[in-house]
Design a protein around this ligand. Structure first.
Ligand code: ACO
Length: 323
């Protein structure tokens, strides 16, 4: 019997953004808004929008292929495939099963995680357990979203904030620690502050199938919980914020990101921010930011990376990673 400790390590990243870019000026022709309002409240300048024929699984597929290529693995090496999404292709099958087929990952167990903007951190925590207990060897986590299809393009309070995209990571069983600590939370009693209330019943859509948000309540909640859960995962690993090389928070809004960094005591130069050109891509935002910082050389092997997500549900969580 092998008694060697088993860990989970991220070995590569990949991402994909749809070709079409919608700027704040473009938006100001659709709703009563301005580049100045959007930039000062959120930091966002532009977002990507999926083409008509593009599905969430198509975005996920390209991000996954790029991550596999960077890992030097093929699709059949993957035995666990998890897609974090709030905007699945269809009600069922899972988007993960559709990606499995498109990718040719025929040896993978595939399923979706639905935790809105915290979906990627939730997936990291679950996959870490499944790999580090020795059951799975090579895993693929993909965060992929097409929020442009669940936005009310007449509602300026929400449609200016979101975008489409996908990010992926490949994880493998390792004898050195990679995922050091994870901590997840949910509070369903706060579900009213951010939701899509519409649902299908007997073939009819009941309720509004678009994003509803109490912006100030979400802002307050996000700022309160993000630094707190980061500190919890640091304590679990006997570390402090001074040990962090890179903070990679959910990319909703630069004001939330800045406030989290300040509360945690992490300098802006150590915080990865991609929301300016992408908007809030929900479950895709953290892996998109990771891929950006890995490919531009900021995140390097050996770095301590703190990720933290927060989103509808309400859900939140953090993962501390040795790269
Ligand atoms: N353009 C112009 N004016 C707007 C727009 C817009 N796009 N949207 C709202 N307004 C108006 C409102 O109608 C309101 O006008 P009124 O005062 O005449 O009624 C006014 O702007 C509100 O302005 P502020 O109070 O300055 O808005 P605030 O500072 O609260 O910013 C925002 C709003 C950006 C939504 C903020 O609350 C926020 O960032 N919340 C967090 C939301 C978020 O990031 N959600 C992402 C999803 S959740 C997640 O990922 C964690």
């Amino acid at each position: 019997m092998n008694l060697q400790p088993v860990f989970t390590k991220i070995i590569s990243t990949g991402s994909y953004l749809p070709a079409k870019i919608l700027t704040n000026d473009d938006l100001s022709k659709i709703v009563d808004t301005s580049d100045e309002w959007i930039r000062t409240r959120s930091g966002i300048r532009a977002r990507h929008i999926a083409a008509d024929g593009e599905e969430t699984s198509d975005l996920a597929l390209i991000a996954a292929q790029r991550a596999l290529e960077a890992a030097g693995l093929t699709a059949t090496d993957i035995d666990l495939l998890v897609v974090a999404t709030t905007t699945p292709d269809v009600i069922f099958p899972s988007t993960a099963c559709i990606v499995q087929d498109k990718l040719g990952a025929k040896n993978a167990v595939a399923f979706d995680i639905q935790a809105v903007c915290s979906g990627f951190v939730y997936a990291l925590s679950i996959v870490d357990k499944m790999v580090s207990t020795g059951g799975y060897k090579n895993a693929l986590i993909i965060g992929a979203e097409i929020y442009s299809r669940i936005l009310n393009w007449q509602d300026r309070t929400t449609c200016v904030l979101f975008g489409d995209g996908a990010g992926a990571v490949v994880l493998t069983r390792s004898d050195v620690p990679g995922i050091l600590a994870t901590k997840l939370y949910s509070d369903g009693s706060r579900r009213a502050i951010l939701n899509v209330p519409g649902h299908v019943r007997n073939g009819v859509v009941y309720g509004d199938p678009h994003v509803h948000m109490d912006g100030p309540a979400v802002f307050k909640m996000a700022v309160n919980v993000m630094a707190e859960v980061c500190n919890e995962t640091l304590a679990m690993a006997n570390m402090t914020a001074a040990d962090i090389d890179w903070l990679v928070p959910h990319q909703a809004n630069t004001r939330i990101i800045d406030a989290t960094g300040r509360k945690l005591g992490v300098a802006p130069e150590k915080t990865i921010v991609t929301v300016q050109g992408q908007g809030n891509t929900s479950a895709a935002s953290i892996p998109l930011a990771l891929d950006t910082a890995v490919r531009d050389g900021r995140i390097k092997s050996g770095d301590l990376v703190q990720t933290v997500g927060v989103g509808g549900g309400f859900t939140w969580g953090s993962a501390l990673i040795r790269w």
